[in-house]
Design a binder for this molecule. Sequence first.
Ligand code: NAD
Length: 359
Amino acid sequence: MTNKKKIAVIAGDGIGPEVVAEAIKVIRKSEELFGYQFELEHGLFGGIAIDERGTPLPDDTLAMCQSADAVLLGAVGGPKWDNNPKELRPETGLLGIRKALGLFSNIRPAVVFDCLIDASTIKREVLQGTDLIVVRELTGGIYFGEKFRREGANGQEAVDTCVYSVMEVERIVRQAFEIALKRGKKLASVDKANVLETSRLWRETVNRIAADYPGVELEHVLVDNCAMQLLRRPTSFDVIVTENMFGDILSDEAAMLTGSIGMLSSASLGEGSLGLYEPVHGSAPDIASKGIANPIATILSVALMFRLSFGWEDAAAAIEKAVKNVLDAGHRTGDIATENETAIGTSAMGDLIVAAMTK
Ligand code: NAD
């Protein structure tokens, strides 16, 4: 396997360029420590691309992403473009890039750092040790099914259709089993098989694929129960896999366990190893250009990239350990600082994490 990778970097809008700059420092430090080599290519995307090129996703940016081994994205959007027509909105670019790269799963870790545990609204004893991943199907289900209005016996009706094929379920479930195999070897498949036909197909498919993964402990959890158990026993989950709408809701719920949006990383994956890595947060226009954004979500997205797209566990673990050590030493950006703590800026936090990285 080559130790050289091409990363397409699309910083985007608002705090995007600020947090991506810190992630790049971490990428460069990984080169130095582990001997990996990275070619970084930069492209315009989102609001800035609308301003400079008249489209949120210029062809050359897309081509750059398609030919890369992974994509690092900051964030897009902002009030300047909020009232634009659909084709000139930054989010349209996001949907376009996901589709063009064939990304069908969204992966969101929710890790509770001991030293930040009091930032969460949940009790310390329930949260301590929480380290889970939600794997959400991204391109099927009710969000993409046929939608229409019609006249019914009681007046106007609206219809949203939920469709899943065996192929769509199978590919994401396999991905989730593979991720579980590399972690705690536990998979919770979430559905509503007591009422939904798509969920029954989902469960049948999960059970069939489970035979290929005897080393992974599988549980089926109904979505309403999962919403409760995430708050009651979050530490008992390792990997959760679910369909699009359930995953949309559960991944936000799981995110809130950790307390701060500035800490949450994510990956979107397709069939091969190419993935798109980005913080969960948006472009935070309220704090843009102030140098105070928390870069940790983006930095942890780089760790995810190294692990999931490149299989470079050493560098991924080094980044995660450095983040933990810096937080344990008491360093905080404004979003995670308590009243008695002095907040540091975006680039100071990036520098501390780089300095804490060791082989
Ligand atoms: P947001 O995530 O940008 O901000 C929500 C709140 O969290 C704000 O108070 C912000 O200051 C704070 N925050 C977010 N990230 C932070 C960080 N790293 N450090 C410190 N504080 C942070 O969500 P929003 O305000 O609803 O959306 C702003 C813009 O971002 C909108 O245009 C929206 O469409 C876009 N957006 C983009 C993405 C994406 O690029 N994937 C995702 C969500 C929202």
